[in-house]
Design a protein around this ligand. Structure first.
Ligand code: AMP
Length: 395
């Protein structure tokens, strides 16, 4: 895997694909600068080696050149975070960008205008990619959030740097962390799969079955399994067309020696609302009209034991409807167990979709070994897919 350490950046212009797709308020102030901060290690390393950096990113989903999506809105904040001046080019290709790039000296930072002002970006246009490529000497991809897209700046551009391309710090860390969980893992390995539906997680489940010892199932997808096994699930979320699939998964797991842990009890509610009446019931005996909304206390005891015995933990998806306080307990407790296991030297990776939101919301981020920055991209990696943005650097 080629990283920043494999390239000498002295007097080189590094063209870095970053993910500066940050939220802005009504007066165009950056309201969450996590993504800009996340790019800092890559940028600093290159500048400290005597190189200069050209930053390219998308922002939002503009239709053509719309000022509200201009990256000029984030120049001041970027300069503040990097602690250095940042020059802005009001176009990402053409004379404006070429002149700005030509005038750069070692230590300079240039931010290009929104890549998605050109439809060629998302179309993966080769000519557009070549124009971008002409601006720099080395290509660095540090945008994990878009690594699953074959866009001009994330994938197509790499062919113009056959020897001078590498992963940035952030992207390298994503790849390493997933590798540590699925390929070089210390056993026992446990995957916690929650969230709403079996159908959206089936590829992940199938891919990880070969690599894990335990699978804890929670969240809405629980009930498709329980119904398939003959339980009464009341009005709980269920995909009736996936009952056979659920049984197939259980059989495959058995054949591969993976222990599946389904909840044994749930916190049920008489309506899908925070102020619902609630009671703890057996997962197989949810009364008609009631819905399973969170895992129950007996299930949490069992989950705790598995998690604390694990050396490697992958967490994808909440155990209950964590957006409502009444049903957040299971997800919070799971976070506590994984935090404890991590403190006891287990490696924990949280990634792919809503679990990252839950981890941030409940303050678990610093207690996990690694929290992925790219929801869709991580989900595709967990599904076993080779992301085009990653393949383009490796090839
Ligand atoms: P996903 O995006 O597939 O990870 O699913 C996350 C969503 O699953 C969250 O919005 C949760 O509210 C939802 N969820 C978790 N547990 C349940 C449940 N028991 N019933 C319905 N939805 C659930």
């Amino acid at each position: 895997m080629k990283t920043l350490n494999d390239i000498n950046f002295k007097d080189k212009k590094a063209l870095i694909r970053v993910d500066f797709n940050v939220p802005l308020d009504d007066t165009f102030n950056v309201t969450d600068s996590t993504r800009i901060e996340a790019a800092k290690p890559t940028i600093e390393k290159i500048l400290n080696e005597g190189g200069s950096v050209i930053l390219m990113s998308h922002l939002g989903r503009p239709k053509g050149m719309q000022d509200e999506f201009s990256l000029r809105h984030i120049v001041a904040r970027t300069a503040e975070i990097l602690g250095r001046p940042v020059t802005f080019a009001s176009d990402c290709i053409g004379t404006v960008a070429e002149n700005a790039a030509a005038n750069m000296k070692a230590g300079d930072i240039l931010l290009l205008e929104n890549l998605r002002f050109y439809k060629e970006e998302e179309a993966g246009d080769v000519v557009f990619a070549q124009k971008l490529a002409s601006l720099g000497d080395v290509y660095v991809n540090d945008a994990f959030g878009t690594a699953h897209r074959a866009h001009a700046s994330t994938t197509i551009i790499a062919q113009f740097f056959p020897n001078d391309k590498c992963f940035g710090v952030l992207l390298a860390k994503e790849i390493e962390s997933l590798n540590k969980v699925l390929n070089n893992s210390e056993k026992p390995v446990t995957a916690v799969l929650g969230g709403s539906k079996v159908s959206s997680k089936i590829t992940v489940i199938e891919n990880v079955l070969d690599k894990i010892d335990h699978m804890i199932i929670g969240g809405g997808m629980t009930f498709t399994f329980i119904k398939a096994l003959g339980g009464q699930i009341g009005n709980s979320l269920c995909e009736d067309d996936k009952l056979d699939l659920a049984l197939e998964i259980l059989e495959k797991a058995k054949a591969k020696g993976v222990q599946i842990h389904l909840p044994v009890d749930v916190l049920a509610a008489n309506k899908f609302a925070n102020d619902a009446d609630t009671k703890v019931v057996d997962v197989n005996a949810i009364p008609e009209g009631w819905l399973g909304m969170d895992v129950g206390p007996k299930s949490l005891d069992a989950i705790k034991k598995v998690i604390l015995d694990s050396k490697t933990i992958l967490w994808n998806g909440p155990l209950g409807v964590f957006e409502m306080d009444t049903f957040a307990n299971g997800t919070i407790e799971l976070g506590n167990f994984i935090a404890e296991a991590t403190e006891n030297k287990a490696f924990s990776l949280v990634g792919g979709g809503d679990s990252v939101a839950a981890v941030k919301q409940f303050g678990f981020e610093p207690k996990m070994s690694y929290v992925s920055t790219g929801g869709g991209a991580m989900l595709e990696m967990l599904e076993g897919k080779t992301l085009p943005g990653i393949a383009a650097i490796l090839n």
